[in-house]
Every structure is written in structure tokens, then in C-alpha cells.
Design a protein around this ligand. Structure first.
Ligand code: HEC
Length: 160
């Protein structure tokens, strides 16, 4: 094989890599989006495995599906992320009386993505109600502009 042939093969190979790389990258972003939003905005309090910190930050693992399944639970979850939460809640016998800051600065799509992530991660998927459909950006947009306080969000929390 001549040097020219080798150069040609190398050139073709690099071109192929350059053309296909963004396609692979796009696939990875699409599936990992919610996990990334979680890692950037939620993990400090709710922790890597969604286990939370007892009495300080409530667990999302083993808990979010119950909220999804409750009447009004989906709207509550959207509001909870958009406007935050303040006041006493009890989860698995533990009392939480903290403040969750609002995350309205995230886009509708990012909030939908992170809600889909916390609904399905850490084994939560297996406990979702039958016929669960993914949260959508439209569903988040519908709850914008209400300007609720964390206490007002608490009033909309479904009884579990
Ligand atoms: C600064 C810490 C902190 C961060 C960051 C945080 N949370 Fe929270 N979160 C809390 C606290 C504290 C509560 C409980 C508030 C209370 O006691 O009223 C809570 C409650 C919740 C609840 C409601 C649980 C229930 O049973 O009603 C959900 C859902 C939730 N957080 C999801 C998220 C998501 C998703 C993010 C990231 C976008 C996030 N949190 C970021 C502290 C945090």
C-alpha cells in the first residue's frame, strides 16, 4: 500500500468519524437529559440514589410513584418543581418541615425531563401506575404563571 493510499484511508476514516460523532452524541443527550437536570439541580439535597437525607430532605426513590398515582399528583409534582415547597410533610413515618426552593428558571422541557427521571430512576419505574405516560413540556407550561408560594403548593399536595 502506498503512502497516498494510507493517507486516503486515514482521511476517509476521520471524515466518517466527524460525520457520525454528532449523531451518537445526540442520542446520548436525548436519553440522559433528565438525569443531567437532576445531577445539576436536585442531587445536593435528594442525593445520588434519590434516597434523600432522613428528616432533612425527603426521599424520591420509592416515593415519587405514589405521588404520580395520586389524584392531582401530576399537577402537584409540576407545581412543586416550578414553585418549590414549604411546610410539614410526612413520608414513611419521617417528618420533613423544610423549604424546597423553586426551579422555575428551568425550561418546561427540562422540568418534564427531570420529572420523568425521578419517576423512573432507582427502581421507581416498577411502581408507576399502569398506563403511565411521560410528563410533557406542555403539561409543565400549563402550570406556569400561577406565582404560587411554597406554602400554597403544599395546600395542593395530594393526601397519600
Ligand atoms: C436545597 C435542597 C433541595 C433541592 C436542591 C431540591 N429539593 Fe426537592 N425538596 C427539598 C425539601 C426540603 C423538600 C421538602 C419540603 C418540605 O418539607 O415541605 C423537597 C421536596 C421535594 C418533592 C416533594 C415530595 C413530596 O412528597 O411532596 C419533590 C417531588 C422534590 N422535592 C423534587 C425535587 C427535584 C426534581 C429537584 C430538582 C429540580 C429538587 N427537588 C431539588 C429540598 C430540595
Amino acid at each position: 500500500m502506498s503512502i497516498a493510499d494510507r493517507l486516503l484511508i486515514t482521511f476517509v476514516f476521520i471524515t466518517l468519524l466527524l460525520v457520525t460523532a454528532p449523531v451518537f452524541a445526540q442520542g446520548a443527550v436525548a436519553t440522559g437529559e433528565g438525569e443531567m437536570v437532576y445531577a445539576n439541580n436536585c442531587i445536593a439535597c435528594h442525593q445520588l440514589e434519590g434516597q434523600g437525607i432522613p428528616t432533612a430532605f425527603p426521599p424520591l426513590a420509592g416515593h415519587v410513584p405514589a405521588l404520580v398515582a395520586a389524584e392531582g399528583g401530576r399537577e402537584y409534582l409540576v407545581k412543586e418543581v416550578l414553585y418549590g415547597l414549604q411546610g410539614e410533610i410526612v413520608i414513611a413515618g419521617e417528618v420533613y418541615n423544610g423549604i424546597m426552593p423553586p426551579w422555575g428558571q428551568l425550561t418546561d422541557q427540562e422540568i418534564a425531563d427531570v420529572l420523568n427521571y425521578v419517576s423512573t430512576a432507582w427502581g421507581n419505574e416498577a411502581s408507576l401506575p399502569e398506563g403511565f405516560t411521560a410528563f410533557t413540556a406542555e403539561e409543565v407550561a400549563a402550570q406556569r404563571g400561577l406565582e404560587l408560594t411554597g406554602e400554597q403548593v403544599l395546600e395542593t399536595r395530594p393526601g397519600l
